[in-house]
Design a protein around this ligand. Structure first.
Ligand code: GTP
Ligand code: NA
Ligand code: MG
Length: 303
């Protein structure tokens, strides 16, 4: 592409941490919404993706946030989250401290070589000890700037909406310091499936993150072994979009089946080609399944 086709894109930030340390509440506070109260039992079971526009010192900048569940059974989602992201915000409750999924999340982020910003949450609570969190995390190689390290720690309270601007500033500083946030909007559109589900009214719906190019309504798309024509693109508020630029999470309606989280998607010239690619992938998956089934049967025969 042309040099002109490269433009800056928002950072993609994945929020991770132990169960109930306040990831979703913190995102709610940043978005002025209330997702936590709509979740069954307050437990996040899916990945959510939102773009918010920050306004710091009269400077408007978008950030894409991906919310992940902290429950131990969602290890795979944390691993995927670390792969698609530019920055991890590690949320640690100041009254609870470093817990198993805190460590797991930071391991994924470090393995993916993604910079980490630590949000020490719930500082409003009795027994909150933000200094102890800093001390605990030094054992995992996260040394706070004020202790001579290079990790930014920000004390926040999602409930009292304290420290939110400081957190956004830390994210943008980290983005500017360590990332090349440029994308080519004219390349063939590509990206990754964050979530797939079957919607009663709309059929298969995939939340995808565009990573390069521009995804448009009407595009023929292959996502994993699903394919179809993009009937509509919806943002996090359910508003219809004509197109989605890099780092924009969107819901895609129009696929013939539900793709899996972590699948990549691409756009092709014709519906026929999309179908061919999807058919080939389905056949490959069937073959692999048959092969592993045959292996199981032959192992059982040995017993
Ligand atoms: P999972 O998605 O299930 O891993 O949890 P989560 O990390 O998203 O936590 P969530 O946002 O659901 O918050 C868990 C509980 O902590 C809720 O009852 C919140 O209201 C509460 N909480 C979150 N942030 C704060 C805070 O800053 N202060 C206090 N006091 N409570 C908070
Ligand atoms: Na929760
Ligand atoms: Mg949550």
């Amino acid at each position: 592409g042309d040099e002109d086709d490269w433009s800056s894109r928002p950072p993609v930030v994945t929020v991770m941490g132990h169960v109930d340390h306040g990831k979703t509440k913190l995102l709610d506070a940043l978005r002025h919404t209330n997702v936590v109260s709509r979740e069954a039992g307050g437990i996040t079971q899916h990945i959510g993706a939102y773009q918010i526009v920050t306004e710091l010192e009269h400077n408007e900048r978008p950030i894409t946030f991906i919310d992940t569940p902290g429950h131990e059974s969602f290890t795979a989602m944390r691993a995927r989250g670390a792969k698609v992201t530019d920055i991890v915000v590690l949320v640690v409750a100041a009254d609870d401290g470093v817990m198993p999924q805190t460590v797991e999340a930071l391991n994924h982020a470090q393995a993916a070589e993604v910079p980490i910003v630590v949000a020490v949450n719930k500082i409003d609570k009795e027994g909150a000890n933000p200094a102890k969190i800093r001390q605990q995390l030094t054992e995992y190689g996260l040394v706070a700037e004020e202790y001579g390290g290079d990790t930014m720690f920000v004390d926040v309270s999602a409930i009292n909406r304290q420290g939110l601007d400081d957190l956004l500033t830390a994210i943008l500083l980290t983005a500017d310091a360590s990332l090349d946030l440029r994308a080519n909007t004219e390349q063939d559109p590509q990206g990754v499936v964050i979530e797939g589900k079957l919607d009663k009214g709309r059929g298969p719906v995939a939340t995808v993150l565009v990573q390069r190019g521009t995804l448009r309504q009407g595009d023929s798309i292959v996502a994993g072994d699903a394919y179809g024509r993009v009937r509509s693109l919806l943002d996090e508020h359910g508003n219809k979009l004509k197109e989605a630029l890099p780092a924009r999470p969107v819901q895609v309606v129009g696929l013939t089946s539900v793709p899996r989280a972590g699948d990549t998607f691409l756009v092709v010239e014709e519906d026929r080609v999309a179908r061919q690619i999807a058919d080939r992938r389905q056949a490959r998956i069937r073959n692999a399944q048959n092969a592993s089934m045959r292996k199981r049967i032959s192992l059982e025969d040995l017993d």
